[in-house]
Design a protein around this ligand. Structure first.
Ligand code: FES
Ligand code: FES
Length: 551
């Protein structure tokens, strides 16, 4: 409940989730007030205070608003509703719909999206009004799901059709569902109705009240304060800005005569839950990956070690919080490459130096020579979604498609639009970019365990691959500094940009292995081929897949 203000600070009164509250009028945002003195955890901070990810969306007098750019002063006398304050029936409606469609994976983005959709529902928007839903979702980012299942959750919730009992858990093995989610995300992930309500146990939410807050000082150390706004004020934090440097591939192609060449750019992992941890003195730090969602990008997060060290140093619980800008500057990226491949499958991948890269490539292709080079830029990591083997697989599948096109007598009026990739895990994915505007995926990855979860991951992988090839990039200047730090600038595809994805899962009795990384690679190869193998990614051609309708 409200902090005790100094006597001269005026108070602001409003209602949060049905409770009358008063907070000091000290210039903070609504989000800071909610997550600070009011102890409301369902509104998430994904880019605070950039106002670009939608994770902090709440309803103000029934209309969706992003709380991180809303001064708390502006809600004086008004009614603020988070997902926690929806009626029991409405909360259940949304969590059931998200669970039944697989529309929430890590769950960090979902409470804000539910508030947005509830605002839409209250205006009477029809279940099948996809353009209206796309417009509403344009204020949000989701790194996991690829949007389609969120649209399906909307339609299910608004149509009034009851989700099947099986989809909600009766007869559905939620442990098996969680196992599949964990395999796909390569980090522990739980599947359950409360995940979509933001209750997956994120470190920022589970930190003890009164923990000291620590943020990076930009020089390798930490600034501590009693509250996050105070720490940021002390740091004089430079907020995200949109630079003028364009994202371009940082490496030149290797010398040679190539049948196919490719240069990739710096890209931002852009997971929505920024790195955070907390620790008691002498205790174990909380994981910054409470429920997956980072696709390998947090494996080397500094948050846990810092929380432990600072808690021991200060003799009290410490909560470490990285801002969006910190995460972009400090977090590892997929290593950019410049590669050439000959018709016989031999070639060279020049790559920003990343330990273990050659072994990753050679797990799927022995004909490619690796040239590691030092480039000024952000750190790189092999942990990021199949880095190394995916690029090799894309080159091989792209080459296969190009050679098929070049066969005398082949139909050449359209580029081949299909690719098949087998991952080092043994999953095989075939992705076809249909002339009818539909992306069709066939996947075999052992026992399915839970088709709703696996399908959701497949669609998410298609979304991430389409973005990687066509639209995503991170601007890094000549000195290696990341010059654009706003989450909207990374080029993550919006709901309206996504084609419809049709998924066919082919279960076997074999061991369940990760399937979505194979889908990621096959999708990248298929869209690259469909666009005629442009050398530089992002291609800046949106995945306009043909004359067909989008989802
Ligand atoms: S945290 Fe408010 S929009 Fe991202
Ligand atoms: S479920 Fe949307 S960001 Fe993870």
């Amino acid at each position: 409940m409200p902090d005790n203000p100094a006597p001269e600070v005026p108070m602001i009164a409003f209602t949060v989730d049905g409770v009358d509250v008063r907070v000091p009028d000290n210039g903070v945002s609504l989000l800071a007030a909610l997550r600070g003195g009011l102890d409301v955890r369902s509104a998430k901070a994904g880019c605070n205070p950039q106002g670009q990810c939608g994770c902090c969306t709440v309803l103000i007098d029934g209309s969706p608003r992003v709380a991180c750019v809303t001064p708390v002063r502006r809600v004086s006398g008004r009614v603020v509703t988070t997902v926690d304050g929806l009626s029991e029936a409405d909360r259940t409606r949304w969590s059931d719909a998200f669970m039944a469609t697989g529309a929430s994976q890590c769950g960090f983005c979902t409470p804000g999206i539910i508030c947005r959709l509830e605002g839409l529902r209250s205006k009477g928007v029809a279940a099948d009004d996809k353009p209206a839903v796309d417009r509403a979702l344009a204020a949000h980012l989701c790194r996991c799901t690829g949007w389609q299942t969120i649209g399906e959750a909307w339609a299910l919730a608004v149509s009034g059709a009851a989700p099947t009992a099986a989809a909600l858990g009766a007869g559905r093995d939620l442990e098996a569902a969680s196992e599949r989610a964990t395999i796909e995300g390569r980090a522990p992930q739980r599947v359950g109705g409360d995940v979509s309500l933001g209750r997956a146990g994120f470190a920022e939410d589970t930190a003890p009240r009164g923990a000291l807050v620590a943020i990076p000082d930009g020089a390798g150390g930490w600034i501590t304060a009693e509250t996050l706004p105070a720490a940021r004020e002390r740091a004089g934090t430079v907020q995200g800005r949109h630079g003028t440097v364009e994202p371009v591939p940082p490496l030149d192609l290797p010398e040679g005569e190539w049948a196919l060449a490719l240069r990739t750019s710096w890209v931002e992992p852009a997971y929505l839950e920024t790195d955070a941890s907390w620790c008691e003195p002498g205790g174990e730090p909380a994981s910054p990956i409470a429920n997956g969602g980072a696709f390998g990008a947090k494996e080397q997060s500094i948050a846990m070690a810092a929380a432990r060290e600072l808690a021991d140093l200060h003799g009290r619980p410490v909560r470490v919080v990285l801002s969006r800008e910190d995460t972009v500057r400090m977090g590892p990226k997929r290593p950019p490459i410049a590669a050439g491949i000959r018709a016989d499958g031999t070639g060279v991948i020049r790559v920003v130096r990343t330990p273990g890269y050659d072994a990753a490539v050679h797990s799927v292709s022995t004909g490619l020579v690796i040239e590691e080079v030092d480039v000024a830029g952000p750190p790189t990591s092999l942990a990021i979604r199949g880095a190394g083997w995916v690029e090799a697989a894309v080159l091989s599948a792209g080459l296969e498609a190009k050679l098929a096109r070049d066969i005398p007598g082949a139909v050449t009026d359209s580029f081949p639009r299909v690719a098949t990739v087998t991952s080092p895990d043994g999953a095989t994915a075939t992705v076809a970019i249909g002339l009818d505007g539909v992306v069709r995926v066939d996947l075999e990855c052992g026992r399915i365990l839970d088709d709703i979860v696996l399908r959701s991951y497949v669609i998410g992988a298609v979304h991430m691959a389409l973005g990687w090839v066509t639209s995503e990039g991170l601007a890094v200047d000549d000195g290696g500094e990341t010059s654009t730090l706003t989450i909207r600038s990374f080029g993550v595809l919006r709901s309206a940009d996504m084609p419809f994805v049709e998924v066919s899962l082919h279960g076997t009795d074999g061991e369940a292995v990760n399937g979505s990384d194979a889908v990621f690679a096959a999708t990248a190869a298929a869209i690259w081929s469909a666009q005629g193998w442009p050398v530089d990614w992002p291609t800046r051609q949106l995945p306009d897949l043909g004359p067909g309708v989008k989802q």
